[in-house]
Design a protein around this ligand. Structure first.
Ligand SMILES: C[S@@+](CC[C@H](N)C(=O)[O-])C[C@H]1O[C@@H](n2cnc3c(N)ncnc32)[C@H](O)[C@@H]1O
Length: 182
């Protein structure tokens, strides 16, 4: 049975400054970023705030309510909020994205969805573009998804199937893995 995300946002449990520090050099004016499974879009808004009105941020989620709110909050900015399934082909132009960012979404995918996400990431990323995945550590934590569906960094690397540039601790409970499109 597919995992249902109970917590709709990682905002209260993640240190966004550590994520921004880990992605330093990726979030700069003019870049095109896809926040895949953006939830309430709190990180997409952080990215937009660092891009000086230049570039584009696609913030996408299947949750219509969250996207409706985000769309209202970000009208007239470089952030484009849309309802969409990130494991299927999206309207994003092929080869147009510098960075795909996906935070605490991957562990909920079925095998078929992982394959679909991998294909879509490969389609939208520019050559040399990056994928940043934030996931929750395995082990006993009083929050988060069941341990058996979590990914260790090694398991995540194998599931993503792209060259891994770095694994960065994001506080005691999370890590960010950065991949590059070959
Ligand atoms: C735990 S929340 C994390 C949200 C956000 N990334 C954050 O860090 O706050 C997981 C999100 O993934 C979204 N999601 C799950 N499967 C999805 C899919 N196939 N396509 C788009 N969004 C999806 C859910 O609707 C939910 O908003």
């Amino acid at each position: 049975m597919p995992h249902v995300h109970k917590g709709k946002s990682s905002e209260r449990v993640l240190d966004k400054n550590r994520i921004l520090a880990a992605l330093e050099g990726e979030i700069v004016p003019g870049r095109v970023i896809w926040d895949a499974g953006c939830g309430n879009g709190y990180m997409a808004k952080e990215f937009a705030g660092r891009m000086d009105g230049r570039g584009r941020i696609y913030a996408m989620d299947i949750d219509e309510e969250a996207i409706g709110v985000l769309r209202q909050e970000t009208q007239g900015t470089i952030l484009e909020a849309s309802v969409g399934d990130v494991t299927r082909e999206t309207p994003i132009e092929a080869g147009s994205v510098d960075l795909v960012y996906s935070c605490t979404v991957f562990h909920g995918f079925s095998k078929e969805q992982i394959a679909g996400f991998r294909a879509e990431v490969a389609r939208v990323l520019k050559p040399g573009g990056r994928l940043g995945v934030v996931e929750i550590q395995k082990g006993e934590l009083r929050f988060g998804p069941p341990t058996e569906i979590r990914f260790s960094p090694e398991e995540l690397q194998a599931a993503v199937g792209l060259p891994c540039l770095a694994t960065i601790e994001i506080g005691p409970s999370f890590y960010l893995q950065l991949f590059e499109r070959a």
